[in-house]
Ligand binder design. Sequence first.
Ligand SMILES: [Zn+2]
Length: 164
Amino acid sequence: MRSLAPLILCLLLSGIAYGEVREVCLSDRVGLNSHARASFDAEILEILKPVGVTFQVTCTEGAVRVVLSKVPPTRYAGALGLAYRQGNRVFAGLHVYLQPVLQALGPQVSAAIIGRALARVAAHEVGHYVLQQVDHDHSGLMRERFPLHHLASDDSTPFLLAKN
Ligand SMILES: [Zn+2]
């Protein structure tokens, strides 16, 4: 059943650059429409608030950028997002990919649902960086896999950081 298929939210790869930043923003390279963007902003704010991260609607210097691109690098095809690591450090290069998210959501989803799903993937990648967490939790935002229906659901609860 499609709705029960687990998703790999991200892969952690080797990378460069590291910094202590509590502000993040979206660098949108695909040009989301205003409905998708409004939904993205609202959702990522809500998810990141308890993590102690401020989401800036406009990117300023010093903020960590989550880059939204159309497709992941060929060898990571299917990844919804990527964060880079070296050893136990997670770097500030955070990525979210539109096409695999659209593919996961299926046809006929609204722009608002697309924006919200992208925000959930983005927040997960931000979590890796801000928490400097290279592994995954059993529940909540830092789960490795989510049931597909969670990504499109009106309920944000499964994407909130688990209270350990
Ligand atoms: Zn992850």
